[in-house]
Design a protein around this ligand. Structure first.
Ligand SMILES: [Zn+2]
Length: 403
């Protein structure tokens, strides 16, 4: 459907010669949005100006920049190419950037996300760099079905998944590393006991639904942080889930903080995220010196590429964990965060770290240490993993029945 002018414009975009301005046309009239050219990222759109042209708003919420328009809500994580469109995490070809008070997003957000034909809110013409309100004519044609129902039904487990998935569950800490003491835990119990108990329940729940599970530990033993992901989550592993318990150092009112949060690997973006990463990386000090692990140049680059490739999947998994925990956890939904965890840094696969709650808060501690609370947490984690795997199957067309 791309005519010659479109192809020409796309070729120019590929050469880094993006348009100088974007025209936004709606019932409110036409607005020109001046773009900025970035040598690596191409044409960047100032989000505030775009929002005004769309009749929407921009606000900063936690680490995210949120754009609200008549056709949806979009969340950007500055410093990453991630945009969350209300249902899924998408990856743009370049990062969202903040400079001063302005947030700049790649033009691809406009052309691919905002003007996604499935959304039917806006139509983008690359030839004229125009964003027009309303769907294009040709999206009214229904999409053809891509799979035969019979083939799909044959291959599926009762959970709705195809067989063959494997997930690694990593109960944090263990052995000589107790994790955080948990002020309100029953006497003798520390973080390492809670993570193991919940981790084993998650395993049982996933296996019951036909997902294979590898545990980094099933007993009270110490596994080096750097070994957990690479040794226990290899090529056939779909997701690495590290389970932990949060805590605050004593200071006035510290026992009031509660709630659950899920991290994926990236540079810490807030002081609080850095605090959690520092706390969990503390486990490194319990580790026995081993042979020096020299990181070769090429390995390092490969690792970096793989980490980037899995950023979107990891972020989405984190988001699903949060939305499922919300159903069983009466503490605060502290959201999806990013930080630099040693345990995730070595992962070659999508990887997340869940902080189930605060051991320094009475209600959270109770939820995490009672059998019913642990079961509820474990079931919702398993639900989140299943939801993630289902989405992943749909996206990749995994299995023979796919598209
Ligand atoms: Zn921990």
């Amino acid at each position: 459907m791309a005519g010659p002018p479109v192809i020409l414009a796309m070729a120019l975009l590929l050469l880094g010669q993006g348009p100088e301005r974007l025209q936004v046309t709606s019932a409110r009239g036409t607005t020109a949005v001046e773009l900025r050219q970035h040598p690596a990222a191409g044409a960047l759109v100032p989000l505030g100006t775009l929002a005004r042209a769309l009749g929407g708003t921009v606000e900063i919420s936690d680490e995210w920049v949120v754009l609200r328009t008549g056709t949806g809500r979009f969340r950007f994580l500055p410093g990453t190419p991630l945009v969350e469109d209300g249902t899924a995490m998408q990856m743009m070809p370049a990062d969202t950037r903040r400079s001063g008070d302005t947030t700049w997003v790649p033009l691809a957000f406009v052309s691919q996300v905002l003007a996604d034909p499935g959304r039917r809110g806006w139509t983008y013409s690359a030839a004229s760099a125009t964003l027009a309100e309303g769907p294009p004519i040709d999206v009214l044609v229904t999409r053809p079905a891509t799979t035969s129902v019979g083939a799909e039904a044959r291959a599926r487990l009762p959970s709705g998944l195809r067989p063959g998935h494997r997930v690694t569950i990593d109960p944090g800490h263990g052995g000589t590393d107790p994790g955080n003491p948990g002020r309100f835990f029953p006497s003798g119990m520390t973080e390492k006991h809670v993570t193991l108990a919940v981790g084993l329940l998650v395993r049982d729940e996933l296996e019951r639904r036909g997902v294979k599970v590898t545990m980094t530990r099933t007993t009270d033993t110490l596994i080096n942080l750097g070994h957990r992901a690479p040794r226990y989550c290899r090529d056939d592993c779909d997701l690495f889930v590290s389970i932990h318990v949060n805590a605050l150092d004593p200071r006035p009112g510290y026992d009031k903080a509660r709630g659950f949060e899920t991290f994926f690997l990236a540079e810490a973006r807030t002081a609080d995220a850095a605090r959690v990463a520092a706390m969990e990386n503390e486990a490194l000090r319990y580790e026995v010196e081993e042979e020096a692990e020299v990181v070769q140049g090429l390995d390092f680059i490969l690792k970096d590429l793989q980490v980037n490739e899995f950023l979107r999947e990891s972020a989405r998994a984190a988001q699903l964990v949060q939305s499922h925990l919300r159903e069983v956890h009466d503490g605060l939904d502290r959201g999806v965060k990013q930080a630099n965890f040693a345990v995730l840094g070595t992962a070659r696969r999508p990887a997340i770290l869940v902080e189930l709650g605060f051991g320094t808060n009475r209600q959270d501690a109770q939820l995490m240490t009672t059998p019913s609370g642990q079961r509820a947490l474990a079931t919702s984690l398993a639900d989140a993993v299943i939801a993630y795997l289902r989405e992943h199957e749909r996206k990749t067309g995994t299995g023979e029945g796919g598209g």
